[in-house]
Design a protein around this ligand. Sequence first.
Ligand SMILES: [Ca+2]
Ligand SMILES: [Ca+2]
Length: 163
Amino acid sequence: MKFFCSVWKFFDSIFSQEEVQIMRRISIMTVICFFLASLVIQQCWAGLIDHERLNRRRGLPLSNEKAQAAKAKAAEVPEAKMELPKWITEPPVVKGSTDRKYDVNNDGKLQKSEVTILLRDVLDIVEEKGGYQVDSDMLKEYDKNRDGLLTKVEAIQIREHVR
Ligand SMILES: [Ca+2]
Ligand SMILES: [Ca+2]
């Protein structure tokens, strides 16, 4: 404080009263300008913040449209996961004669392409005869009522998976 007083006194001594008045006005104007500029910058910065993302991070509800889209997406994912057959993620081990017939590369496992051929043949037989006797472990997944027979209704899911 003493420093500023001495500075003012110094200015007083070298400038006239009028000049000091003008300088004081200029310094006050400068402070106000800085204050206004900082307000403007704050506003601009606020516009850059993604409030949707911020709300999501805080666990607050999103605006309607985005909330609905997020809900739809959340409902979609588990359904899609449930519908994925085991043979897509893990090649089934060859067990019976049917599996062996479709294990083209003889590696003891049924790769996606091999399973797809098997399932397409099963679909053909279901179309033709109205059903298919389950003769492979891999097909048990589609035999929903576990009666050992794949019906046309049960084959609908196979069609979706080999499409
Ligand atoms: Ca194979
Ligand atoms: Ca069945």
